[in-house]
Design a binder for this molecule. Structure first.
Ligand SMILES: [Zn+2]
Length: 268
């Protein structure tokens, strides 16, 4: 009988699938309040893959090519192609975590037709409700992907959770809110220690370092509380949702995804 892998043997793969060049005044909320000069700002788009032996958990699914082009985002690699390069078949039924329902995190979700899909109850109810129709929210939505989530619900594959859920041993997803009503973060036990995937609870590391917030946050006091919680978290790495320096903080992945991916921890 093969030895079962231990809890702390996940590997995180950070995949950069898109990018966009913008300004600091566009990236940060009320940037003029800081009294600093404006300047260029790069925003990268990621999804995350957790691997342990043959097990795979997918955290977010990027934006679809169609949404990316429509919004002027550069597609560096189609997220589904990136997963295939990692040897992952989207139809294999691997669990998918949706950290929040913005277009750049739930695009392509329809490709995961057999997967259980985990999303916070507050997040799902918000995006299927009336409030989300207002343009300040709807701007970030992806109607096609939401229909795919509703289809997952009809098929009994949607795993809606309240405070937190263990997707697999060593992989905990917690709803924290702030950026969106049910924004979730993921803690993963790796060979390097506990890693926290902040998703868009932290777009850029500067938010944590300087107590700044991204341009669009649903609940400001909650967003600051989440930053405090993350600063106090007993983890070895916090992985941001969009920081252009993220790959450089970790181990570059060679091969077909060279330049577009990095790893944390060993794959066992
Ligand atoms: Zn995002």
């Amino acid at each position: 009988m093969p030895l079962s892998p231990s809890l702390d043997s996940w590997q995180v793969v950070i995949v950069k699938h898109g990018t966009r060049s913008t300004t600091r005044s566009d990236a940060y909320m009320n940037y003029a309040f800081y009294g600093e000069p404006d300047g260029p700002h790069r925003l990268d788009y990621y999804l995350w893959v957790l691997r342990r032996g043959d097990e795979v958990v997918i955290v977010d699914t990027g934006y679809s090519r169609e949404e990316g082009v429509r919004r002027g985002r550069e597609v560096l690699i189609d997220p589904i192609d990136a997963l295939r390069e990692l040897g992952i078949d989207p139809e294999a039924g691997h669990p998918v975590v949706v950290t929040h329902a913005h277009y750049d995190h739930i695009g392509n979700i329809e490709a995961f037709r057999r997967s259980p899909v985990f999303i916070a109850r507050e997040e799902f109810e918000f995006w299927t409700g009336e409030m989300a129709r207002r343009v300040l929210f709807a701007h970030f939505g992806d109607r096609g992907a939401m229909r795919a989530l509703e289809e997952a619900q009809r098929e009994g594959r949607l795993r809606v959770f309240d405070a937190e859920v263990e997707v697999a041993p060593g992989v905990l997803v917690a709803a924290v809110g702030g950026h969106t009503p049910g924004q979730a973060i993921v803690t993963v036990e790796t060979t390097e220690g506990t890693v926290l995937l902040a998703s868009d609870a932290v777009h850029f590391h500067e938010e944590m370092e300087r107590d700044m917030l991204f341009q669009s946050m649903a609940d400001l006091p909650r967003s600051f509380e989440v930053l405090e919680r993350l600063r106090a978290a007993p983890v070895v790495h916090i992985v941001s949702g969009h920081d252009s320096g993220e790959l450089g903080r970790h181990t570059a992945l060679e091969g077909a995804l060279g330049g577009l991916a990095a790893t944390i921890g060993e794959r066992r």
